[in-house]
Design a binder for this molecule. Structure first.
Ligand SMILES: CC(C)(COP(=O)(O)OP(=O)(O)OC[C@H]1O[C@@H](n2cnc3c(N)ncnc32)[C@H](O)[C@@H]1OP(=O)(O)O)[C@@H](O)C(=O)NCCC(=O)NCCS
Length: 278
């Protein structure tokens, strides 16, 4: 029987991990672009699972500012799937949650991803949100005059500005398909990171988590939605990114309508975020 063992990744694993990434999910490859971030052990671990000493899969656990564990980028070589590599990856990441005394585990996948969902359910996660991602390509879009948003850097002011809208997002902020629970620790971090903006009649979280050159993500908008979108477009244009992206709750008809009216295109992916409080 094959020996399956999980361990921290080493830099020299990268060529093999890139091979696995390409084979497992060719449509979504970004490991090379986030390599340094993923090897930063201060906020998590890039886990590799070996089968008889050969890397067969990998995945990361990222510790978020409120001490939630974000499980991301699980990839197993298709030739080595359904033999327990994914399960070993989960075991190691849950062990890290325990060691670091984390308060929750979350991940996203698509509703159709049976393997991914099975592992999450088996480890006692449940679906916490159904999401829909919307993108607006910026080529050919005129830069609007940016509405008069001010950056909010004080945690309590950021909380007060965002709180009226977070339930429309089931209580989460989202950027680059990464979900953060809305709570004082998260809001303080977002405000400190310069991602919270507000004006009299609107508030938003705007700024990507990573891959800054590929898209500007905005993680929440509330109040005057047209102004929020104009602000994101203006910022995207200023940064020179090809598109702006946002995710909303699947049942949020109001935002869906405004986004569609402004030319955003909905991704066909049925995104689900799964969660377990620890
Ligand atoms: C999802 C993924 C990580 C699972 O890895 P894995 O090594 O195959 O997982 P395991 O072997 O530990 O399987 C766990 C269980 O899920 C089942 N399973 C795995 N893939 C499955 C699939 N495609 N359909 C149905 N069940 C599946 C296994 O049979 C096993 O169930 P069992 O213990 O009852 O037999 C892997 O399929 C993968 O890399 N997919 C492509 C990338 C991806 O989708 N990543 C997740 C997105 S966030």
């Amino acid at each position: 029987m094959a020996e399956i063992k999980a361990r921290p990744a080493r830099r020299e694993d990268m060529p093999r991990l890139l091979e696995i990434e390409k084979a497992a999910l060719p449509s979504l490859q970004y490991l090379a672009a986030v390599e340094d971030l993923f090897f930063d052990t201060s906020n998590g671990e890039l886990v590799v699972v070996d089968v008889d000493g050969v890397p067969a899969g990998f995945g990361r656990i990222t510790v978020q500012p409120d001490l939630s564990g974000w499980f991301e980028t699980a990839r197993v070589d298709p030739a080595m799937q359904k033999m327990g590599v994914g399960a070993a990856l989960w075991d190691r990441r849950l062990k890290i949650c325990n060691e670091r005394e984390l308060i929750a585990v979350r991940m996203y996948t698509t509703f159709e991803n049976e393997g991914s969902k099975k592992l999450a359910y088996r480890n006692k996660l449940d679906i916490a949100m159904f999401g829909r991602e919307y993108s607006l390509p910026l080529a050919g879009v005129e830069a609007p005059t940016a509405p008069d948003f001010k950056q909010v850097t004080k945690p309590d002011e950021a909380d007060a500005a965002l709180l009226p809208y977070v339930l429309d997002y089931k209580g989460y902020y989202i950027a680059n398909r990464t979900f953060y629970a809305a709570n004082p620790a998260t809001t303080a971090w977002l405000a400190g990171d310069g991602k919270v903006y507000a004006k009299d009649d609107a508030a938003m979280v705007c700024g990507s988590r990573y891959l800054h050159h590929t898209a500007l993500h905005f993680g929440l908008m509330g109040g005057n939605l047209d102004d929020c979108i104009s602000f994101a477009i203006a910022k995207g244009k200023e940064q020179g990114v090809p598109k702006i992206v946002t995710m909303i709750d699947k049942e949020d008809e109001k935002r869906a309508q405004v986004l569609t009216a402004r030319g955003f295109v909905m991704s066909p992916s049925n995104i689900i975020m799964m969660e377990r409080m620890l």
